[in-house]
Design a protein around this ligand. Structure first.
Ligand code: SF4
Length: 146
């Protein structure tokens, strides 16, 4: 299993969690993934973010999983000024309508990976840099001249 997911960080640990989770699903839940967030979070390696991903992607629930990319981008763009993933999640669920949370989750992750990376954000080609708190002093804003 570790070989199949070796492109992921911590692939050895993750593979053990996947195997244990599969066994538990088979033994306790009839081979079905439960739709209950508390049960999901009781599975090996599953925290709030992963449970929210499963609920959103597999069950169409209006959750908003916050990973490291979303946490960073939301704060840089002023969508949240909160200091924990849980509070950022609450801020984003207030801002983003339930039906749009899934697509916005993927948009923000993609933006965080491609443009707004942690160490080397591409601020000069960023289409939303005028709204950014993080780059205010570093980026030239043509529309703010004169
Ligand atoms: S301007 Fe830079 S730091 Fe701000 S959102 Fe864009 S890429 Fe990220």
């Amino acid at each position: 299993m570790a070989r199949e997911i070796r492109g992921c960080g911590l692939h050895r640990n993750k593979s053990l969690h996947i195997i244990k989770t599969c066994r538990l699903l088979e033994e306790k839940y009839g081979g079905q993934v439960p739709e209950d967030p508390a049960v999901l979070q009781s599975l090996p390696g599953v925290g709030r973010k992963t449970a929210n991903v499963v609920l959103n992607v597999a069950f169409g629930k209006p959750t908003f999983p916050v990973d490291t990319h979303i946490f960073r981008v939301a704060r840089r763009l002023g969508l949240s000024s909160s200091s924990t993933p849980l509070r950022v999640e609450k801020d984003l669920t207030r801002l983003i309508p339930p039906a749009e949370r899934g697509v916005w989750h993927h948009r923000l992750i993609s933006f965080g990976r491609s443009t707004c990376s942690a160490r080397n954000p591409k601020c000069h080609e960023c289409t939303v840099n005028r709204y950014c708190r993080h780059s205010k002093k570093k980026v030239h804003h043509p529309d703010k001249e004169n």
